[in-house]
Write a protein that binds this ligand. Structure first.
Ligand code: FEO
Length: 396
């Protein structure tokens, strides 16, 4: 495996081929925890790996340099998928000083016993000379934790971007030009939608700050390293930070005896008449990870549920809760659903939507038992409304 980023700078992380669940994020293509070794007059490890894989990191490092020669361990992010192995690295590298920002030290102290660790606290603009190369630090708060930070080596035009620009993508190849870019961009979009969509404003600020840097290579903490397609991923991020919409309508639903499904199909039929892309998504057949990815660039969304115990169905409640937390911007939609008696799923979804970032376009559409022809017509018209609104949003 080619692990060399530059002369004296290598990837020393771990490829997690089998992981499929990452705190509920479905990692269908596995993951990597990227760690990097910079060998200069001083030697630095940039970021660590998940705790169970410390031995792999240490083996990769010790194949290059004796562990007692490591001078610095830079911790750009305290989340355990990277910093979980920091105690093992500190124990194995007795001369390593942990380099991080103040908030990161506090977070590390919450997860680990840091007594006896040597720290060098840095902030934006601080530099650390390794000899021929300089580590330059840029704090990136809430991208996506408060203590997050980038490390940049100007002499190499190399940015260590931590989770930003990452993808959950296991491969024995380390660089973007060695793998299927369609698959990598699909995973990068999924990663953005599920991990950082909520922090679009903060990412936008980081993009502005990074625009002032001369960058030839971006080395994130997950997935492949960007060296050929930097423009592609940065452009994609510029669209994603504003949830830039495509003229795309989603109908996300759960159904009991197919009445709500038929309602969703009628909405799709109406939207299709207006010539836009429209997708019917059944929440019990599509995971939350993929639903969030679809929401990222959708313009309008109808949410439907049958009624169960006078409420919406449980997987629709889970879906709405997840989407609400991600705070997608610039979207509009409405609720629909069937019930046999009393109030039910449609009304509950409508109430829920009013507490989200999604604009509610109209009152909920309801069917009693089965959607009668008049209701089907109303649903088709609502589908046309979603499509027209989608075009309007995309023209803004
Ligand atoms: Fe990959 Fe936020 O940790």
């Amino acid at each position: 495996m080619d692990t060399k980023l530059r002369d004296g700078i290598d990837w020393v992380g771990y490829v997690d081929w089998t992981v499929r669940d990452f705190h509920s994020y479905v990692t269908s293509r596995g993951a990597t925890y990227n760690s990097y070794l910079v060998q200069d007059e001083k030697i630095a490890i940039i970021d660590a790996v998940k705790a169970p894989y410390a031995e792999y990191l240490l083996k990769n490092v010790s194949a290059k340099v004796p562990l007692d020669k490591v001078d610095y361990l830079v911790v750009n992010h305290a989340e355990p998928d990277h910093a979980g192995s920091v105690p093992a690295v500190v124990a194995a590298c007795p001369n390593a000083v942990v380099v991080c920002d103040e908030k990161c030290k506090a977070t590390l102290g919450s997860y680990h016993d840091i007594s006896g660790w040597n720290f060098q606290i840095v902030k934006t603009g601080d530099t650390l000379s390794l000899g021929k190369r300089t580590l330059t630090f840029l704090e990136t708060p809430m991208v996506h934790w408060p203590e997050s930070m980038f490390t940049y080596i100007p002499e190499e035009k190399l940015l260590f971007s931590m989770d930003a620009f990452g993808q959950h993508f296991a491969s024995n190849k380390r660089f973007d030009d060695e793998v299927d870019m369609c698959a990598v961009m699909e995973e990068a979009k999924k990663y953005y939608a599920n991990i950082v969509m909520l922090y679009g404003k903060q990412i936008s600020k980081v993009l502005d700050a990074a625009a002032g840097l001369d960058i030839e290579m971006i080395a994130p903490s997950h997935g492949v390293i960007w060296r050929k397609n930097i423009g592609t991923i940065v452009e994609a991020y510029k669209n994603w930070v504003v949830c830039k919409a495509e003229p795309k309508v989603l109908v996300i639903y759960d159904s009991m005896w197919e009445s709500t499904k038929k309602m969703g199909e009628a909405i799709i039929a109406g939207a299709t008449e207006e010539g836009v892309e429209a997708k019917l998504i059944y929440v019990r057949a599509t995971g939350l990870t993929d639903i969030a990815t679809e929401v990222l660039d959708a313009a309008t969304i109808a949410f439907g549920s049958a009624t169960l115990n006078q409420s919406m169905m449980p997987m629709m409640a889970a879906t709405l809760t997840y989407i609400k937390g991600l705070k997608p911007t610039g979207k509009a939609g409405f609720a629909f659903g069937s019930s046999g008696w009393g109030k039910g799923g449609a009304e509950e979804i409508d109430e829920f939507l009013k507490g989200t970032s999604i604009e509610v376009l109209r009152e909920p559409i309801k069917a009693k038992w089965r959607p009668v022809p008049e209701v089907v017509e109303e649903l088709k018209e609502a589908g046309r409304l979603l499509a027209r609104k989608a075009k309007e949003i995309c023209s803004l």
